[in-house]
Ligand binder design. Structure first.
Ligand SMILES: C[S@@+](CC[C@H](N)C(=O)[O-])C[C@H]1O[C@@H](n2cnc3c(N)ncnc32)[C@H](O)[C@@H]1O
Length: 276
């Protein structure tokens, strides 16, 4: 039997990594403070979605609802937006933040592999940085296709192979060979599941037209603590980063910042627009 990787282990994802927005917050904070592209990921995604008035939208794997929270004034009139995630904690956070805002939001705990919505229910479905967590991607994409109207659009955002690649390089310097290999394997599992490099092929089985749109960005990090918090928030990161290793990593990051002014980290993110 195929062993499920931590990255696609539903129990670990729902009960630990994404039980609430704590881990995502640590990662978002690094991006928020040190990204070179100041226009921001969520405004860019919303722009790419090109929503029209009265459209019906489904978000799968919505997390705490960040895509919508600061962009309510940009939503066309009459949009009806259903936010879903398989983590009840995430759905609760999204609901707390958005239920009283005015636009027509609905909230539901749902796994993208098995949606309860009727065929042809939505004009747009969005999956922002979540398809690489889904073990049965074929089932998920068949579900997305089913609930989308024939002329609907699927927006699937993900990372490329090189996203945050320097973190892998730093860990090779700081970790034992075995720990370094296990982190490298985890990165490979995520990018082999659904990435900027292989997403087009994965989506082409369900949609006639698939286009790739890239978001230009990088990180120029000038403080050690947020980078360490990011590393600790990743899958398995907190177990590896014990007190001794954290102190070692902190010293190393600070000396890099002193030497170069900032630690440069590559970002590789974007999205596919899939439609018939
Ligand atoms: C990396 S987070 C992204 C959250 C949000 N889309 C964002 O970008 O801020 C991945 C989210 O997908 C959810 N998720 C993972 N597998 C899922 C599945 N099979 N069905 C629905 N949600 C899932 C997780 O609970 C988590 O909230």
């Amino acid at each position: 039997m195929r062993k499920i990787s931590l990255n696609q282990d539903a129990e670990y994802l729902k009960n630990e990594q994404y039980q609430d927005s704590g881990n995502l917050n640590a990662r978002a904070e690094l991006h928020r403070r040190f990204s070179s592209n100041k226009s921001g990921w969520h405004p860019w995604v919303l722009q790419q979605m090109a929503l029209s008035p009265n459209c019906r939208v489904l978000e799968c794997g919505c997390g705490p609802g960040w895509l919508w929270r600061d962009q309510l004034d940009k939503l066309p009139a009459g949009c009806d937006i259903t936010l879903t995630d398989f983590s009840p904690g995430m759905v609760a956070e999204a609901e707390n933040a958005l239920s009283s805002t005015g636009p027509n939001f609905h909230f539901e705990t749902a796994d993208i592999q098995s949606l309860r919505f009727a065929d042809n229910s939505f004009d747009v479905v969005v999956a922002n940085h979540m398809l690489y967590h889904v073990p049965d991607r074929s089932r998920a994409l068949a579900e997305v296709r089913r609930v989308l109207r024939p002329d609907g659009r699927f927006i699937a955002a993900t990372n490329g192979r090189d996203h945050m690649r320097e973190l892998g390089e730093f860990s090779r310097i700081l970790l034992s060979e075995k720990e370094g290999q296990s982190l490298a394997r985890r990165r490979e599992q995520v990018s082999s599941a659904f990435s900027l490099e292989n997403g087009q092929g994965r989506l082409a089985a369900y949609f006639k037209r698939v286009s790739l749109h890239l978001y230009e960005d990088s990180l120029e990090v000038t403080e050690a603590a947020p980078l360490l918090a990011y590393a600790a928030s990743t899958m398995g990161g907190a177990e590896i980063l014990n007190a001794e290793l954290t102190a070692l990593a902190e010293g190393w990051i600070e000396s890099e910042i002193q030497r170069k002014g900032a630690v440069h980290i590559t970002k590789s993110s974007g999205l596919f627009i899939a439609q018939d």
